[in-house]
Design a protein around this ligand. Sequence first.
Ligand code: BTN
Length: 273
Amino acid sequence: MLNRDWMVTEEKLRPQMNVAVVGQNLVLLEEVGSTNDYLKQLAQEGAPDGTVVLAEQQSAGRGRLGRSFQSPAQKGIYLSVLLRPEIKAEKAINFTAVAAVAMCDALEQAVGLRPGIKWTNDLLMGGRKICGILTEMGADWQTGMVDYIVLGIGLNVNEQQDEFAPELRSIAGSVSMATGRQWDRNDIVAAMLNAIDRVYADWQAGRWSVDRYRADCTTIGKPVRVLRGDTVKHAVAEAVDDDFALVVRYEDGTVEHVFTGEVTVRGQEGYAH
Ligand code: BTN
């Protein structure tokens, strides 16, 4: 049973929202399999740029690399944003990293604590993963243009450590665990939509610089392990390049630009893929 007082509602959100596009069209659900799947369906039916789907709980929340995403009722924020920028598909790939910075802005504004980004787009607070982003895209194969981007964000808000599945307990955290108090998810959702709306406008207008990502990325300067097949190589993460690749220097002095999906990088924050 859902607690009516804890629901995310239009009445609580709208007065706090200041958006041009993101969240103008808002779909609030009590339960869904996955907000990404639901929104992809809406996208195919012609939903407008900026449509947002949010659910109080997900029964089949999806994470990256085919993993599931634990989405208990009214604990976290599970939302997906539909974006329809008029750009080539290859240019859209970077929007996940742009959105990670928007999430840092939103959390700093809403709860007074700025998370760090573990390359490429996991958000950490107190050394634990509090937020993951799953971006999916549809493109027109003739023109190479984006049809839609579905930006799915899962944020752990009011969970306590013993509420996570045993295998996640040492790596997952929540905003509440990091700040020592419970939060009204409405305030955080409004800040998220405002921040995503702002970066979406900046990014489309060419006003977004990778330096904003670099400033939040806590992996830079840390020792990392690059895993490829069965081989593990030790390196130090030196920088993030203009394509969001991690620039690593191996122990023998060679330098490589590492792309997500190609390899896995393990940080020191206790969380590892
Ligand atoms: C990850 O860390 O692997 C990404 C997790 C993304 C989870 C969110 S919750 C809202 C949206 N709907 C989904 O099924 N997944 C994303």
